[in-house]
Design a protein. Structure first.
Ligand code: AMP
Length: 326
């Protein structure tokens, strides 16, 4: 309104809202009504840090423009195609049935967007594309995408599992928590804070900003070097396991603040992987990738791409699709 793009909020055709946790209830973007609001509220125990804020946004927007369609776009929706053997934890099955304990996966809007962009770029139908997608930002996750659909992903019930992140540990032995509780007096809240806010890159080297960690490493900081090494090593392990899961990999896609900008992380994560058909062209990789860029060598059977993500655009496109269908 201030910039005169629109004269009033009622001129909008729709409002798209990012909602982090859609549980097993939402596998598609969904027009918001009272039932949908109640369902998102019901999912708060699974995403106590995120869903309340997402709901607050929806409610304010409904107040401001009650006649404009509101659409919820779920971060979990792209991973709704995970097969049972990938989304279940080897816990008593009853916990899945009674408490919804399973892998949901997150960053779905971004993974979905870059898969569609890659298909266009490689001139291949999206439903024939096999990809390993890496969203590396402050939060980081990977997905194995077969025929355009997510079949596995590193984040789990919550965004804590999987890769090493800015302040999150990613995968650890769960027994570390019992050990710390029993021997160091950690409470549940202490452990939550430890693993979500004090671990990851920050836990290892005291900083969670990849640009600064890069500078610290260049200046010889041993802990920063170690944090970088650990970050890429974890990614490499998942590239290996997702290559095994997919069989044929057409492309590996890097996105997010780190994935789009940090050539060192890309090079280290993909080094010595020629046995999996992955070889990066270090000279091209070192250039700035502000548009879609192929950073693999000509002879690399697996294309390695850098694709700038655009979650806002993807949310807008999905919102448009929902409104047009109605
Ligand atoms: P995001 O959550 O996608 O905004 O990504 C944030 C992360 O990207 C932070 O760790 C930043 O330090 C990192 N990042 C942003 N720009 C750069 C850059 N030019 N080089 C390295 N890392 C970057």
């Amino acid at each position: 309104i201030e910039t005169n793009v629109i004269g009033s909020l009622n001129e909008l055709d729709g409002v798209g809202h990012r909602v982090v946790q859609g549980g097993s209830l939402f596998s598609k973007p969904t027009r918001v009504d009272d039932k949908v609001i109640a369902a998102i509220e019901g999912l708060i125990p699974l995403a106590p840090l995120h869903n309340p804020g997402n709901l607050a946004g929806i409610k304010v927007s409904l107040e401001q423009s009650p006649n404009v369609p509101q659409v919820a776009v779920f971060d979990t929706a792209f991973h709704a195609t995970l097969p049972e053997h990938a989304y279940l934890y080897a816990l008593p099955y009853k916990l899945y049935e009674t408490a919804n304990v399973r892998r949901y996966g997150f960053h779905g809007t971004s993974h979905h967007f870059i898969v569609k962009e890659a298909a266009k770029y490689l001139n291949k139908p999206v439903n024939e594309l096999n990809a390993i997608t890496l969203h590396l930002g402050n939060g980081a996750s990977m997905a194995a995408v077969k025929n355009g659909q997510s079949i596995d992903t590193t984040m789990g019930l919550t965004p804590l599992e999987g890769l090493i992140m800015g302040t999150r540990s990613g995968d650890i032995d769960p027994a570390i928590m019992f050990y710390l509780a029993r021997t160091q007096g950690y409470s549940i809240d202490d452990l939550d804070k430890l693993l979500n806010k004090e671990s990851g890159l920050k836990g290892i080297c005291g900083n969670n900003d990849m640009r600064e960690i890069g500078k610290m490493a260049e200046e010889g900081d041993a802990k920063a070097k170690l944090a970088l090494e650990m970050f890429s090593y974890r990614i490499k392990k998942y590239i290996g396991s997702y290559s095994a899961v997919l069989g044929r990999v057409d492309c590996i896609i890097f996105t997010g603040g780190i994935g789009e900008n940090d050539s060192q992380v890309r090079a280290n994560s993909c080094s010595h992987l020629l046995n999996l058909g992955i070889e990066i062209d270090l000279a091209v990789n070192n250039q700035r990738c502000s548009a879609i860029t192929t950073i693999s060598t000509e002879k690399s059977p697996v294309k390695v791409l850098v694709i700038p993500t655009n979650e806002e655009l993807e949310i807008a496109l999905q919102t448009k699709e929902v409104i047009e269908k109605q």
